[in-house]
Ligand binder design. Structure first.
Ligand code: IFM
Length: 393
């Protein structure tokens, strides 16, 4: 593809970035993360959101994805906090004032303490609790919201919280996984239904983390079979079970899972990259994989929004190229008939990267956590041009 060729995106394409409540808001003290993994004041986004929305506006963004904090809105079972919901209304009005469409994630990885004390996602009544919370927020906010995402990355959360033990409740217990997974499916369906009961025109999806999976040794039938089974569980199962309950597909793309399988080593299955270019977190950068992921989603016949895509890159050495190369692949997919309608970079600002703390820097905007000062990174200026022109180059 020639570098100078202008790549136009479809009319009304949405351009923006994403954040989530616990990672940026600051002072969330009553959730399952706050004791072991305190995010302290984070980016102080809860109080300083106008500043961040001004930055998004300055960078020509017309969509902003953020999440609600369940523990602020429902601090105790049966108790909803009016002040918290009014705060989110104010945020939505501030976006509206700037001509930025909101995409709101109802749950992005943190549970109120009372819910985690009841067993969190393992509790068989979880879908009912979530539905109650969803009904409350949708009744209160729907007139200001363009897109709803019920949950963020169900599969990633399930594996990090229940298999790898990295996220609360830090379990290594494969036996609970089917229950948690089943609850995610049921919760999404119930929430989808609840949102549509309240709002006729709501557009509802899930932010799913989909990877591009292939076999390390393409000449081995066994390796290819294992890779495709991995792909099914990692990327397809949730989607297949919920596809009739999604008005659009929200896709978070970060990973190339090159599956190596050898029954005589331990563990037999490994995810290996081949000394490719990586981010500060060692994640392989593989833009082409996004094209294949998107092509594969065409059969669902639903509009697609890239709800996350980004990298940890403290020195801002790779971000500009990363964005350009991923956008080229999105454009290529659109040319092939895939209905991609928007791109949200992860993230607007550096933030709290979960169990990895404040080290990894994913922001278009750099955050100085000591002074709370912000500085727009060079790569963000390039992305702002794309957003302004609705085209690459
Ligand atoms: O920071 C996370 C986000 O919360 C969910 N998706 C992946 C991002 C980078 O790890």
């Amino acid at each position: 593809m020639s570098k100078s060729k202008k790549l136009k995106f479809p009319k009304d394409f949405l351009w923006g970035s994403s954040v989530s409540s616990y990672q940026v808001e600051g002072n969330v003290n009553n959730c399952d993360w706050s004791e072991k993994f305190p995010a302290r004041t984070a980016c102080n986004y809860y109080l300083n959101y106008e500043h961040y929305f001004d930055l998004a506006k300055e960078l020509n963004q017309n969509v902003h994805r953020f999440s609600l904090s369940w523990s602020r809105i429902q601090p105790a079972e049966g108790k909803f906090d009016r002040k918290a919901i009014l705060h989110y209304r104010k945020m939505l009005l501030a976006l509206e004032k700037r001509g930025i469409k909101p995409m709101v994630t109802i749950w992005h990885w943190t549970l109120p303490l009372w819910m985690s004390e009841k067993g969190g996602w393992e509790n068989s009544k979880f879908p009912e609790y979530f539905e109650q919370y969803t009904r409350f927020v949708v009744e209160e906010l729907d007139d200001l919201v363009d897109f709803w995402l019920t949950t963020n990355e169900p599969m990633i959360y399930t594996s990090l919280a229940y298999i790898l033990g990295k996220f609360p409740p830090q379990k290594n217990n494969l036996l609970v996984v089917p229950k948690v997974f089943y609850n995610f499916v049921k919760t999404h369906k119930k929430a989808y239904q609840a949102i549509h009961d309240i709002s006729e025109n709501a557009k509802v999806g899930v932010a799913q983390n989909l990877s591009f999976v292939d076999a390390y040794n393409k000449n081995s039938t066994l390796n290819k079979t294992v890779a495709s089974a991995f792909n099914f569980f990692r990327n397809r199962l949730f989607l297949e079970l919920t596809k009739n309950y999604q008005d659009f597909l929200g896709i978070n793309y970060y990973f190339h899972d090159r599956i190596k399988f050898s029954p005589f080593s331990f563990p037999p299955l490994k995810i290996k990259n081949k000394d490719k270019e990586v981010s500060d977190l060692g994640w392989e950068i593989y833009p082409e994989g996004l094209y294949y992921v998107l092509k594969d989603l065409k059969k669902y016949n639903l509009p697609i929004y890239i709800t996350e895509n980004g990298l940890a890159d403290k020195g801002d050495k790779k971000r500009a190229k990363f964005i350009t190369e991923h956008l080229k692949q999105i454009h290529r997919a659109i040319d092939d008939g895939v209905d991609v309608k928007g791109y949200m970079h992860w993230s607007l600002i550096d933030n709290f990267e979960w169990a990895d703390g404040f080290g990894p820097r994913f922001g278009l905007v750099e955050m100085n956590y000591k002074t709370m000062g912000t500085k727009v990174r060079e790569s963000a200026r390039g992305y702002a041009e794309v957003c302004k022109n609705n085209s690459l180059f």
